[in-house]
Structure formats: structure tokens, C-alpha cells
Ligand binder design. Structure first.
Ligand SMILES: [Zn+2]
Length: 43
């Protein structure tokens, strides 16, 4: 199994509703890396 590919597939894209930062997270409760807000939407 390709571990690198598995990691890529697991991560989801999110966008912060407070500051507009876009980021990828594998966490179930992603937090914006820019402003630490939990107010994010999955893209
Ligand atoms: Zn933010």
C-alpha cells in the first residue's frame, strides 16, 4: 500500500468562515491554522 497516497486521500480541504484561510486537515475537528477558529466549512 502506498502510504503517501493514503495520507493525501485522508486529508480534507477546509475553509475558515472567520478569516477565509484555506487549509487541509485530517482532524475530525479542524482548526484554522491562521486564527485558531473552529468555525470552518468543508470544501
Ligand atoms: Zn481563520
Amino acid at each position: 500500500m502506498d502510504v503517501e497516497m493514503a495520507d493525501r486521500v485522508k486529508g480534507k480541504n477546509y475553509r475558515c468562515n472567520d478569516c477565509g484561510e484555506r487549509f487541509t486537515s485530517v482532524s475530525k475537528r479542524p482548526i484554522c491554522p491562521s486564527c485558531q477558529s473552529e468555525n470552518v466549512s468543508e470544501e
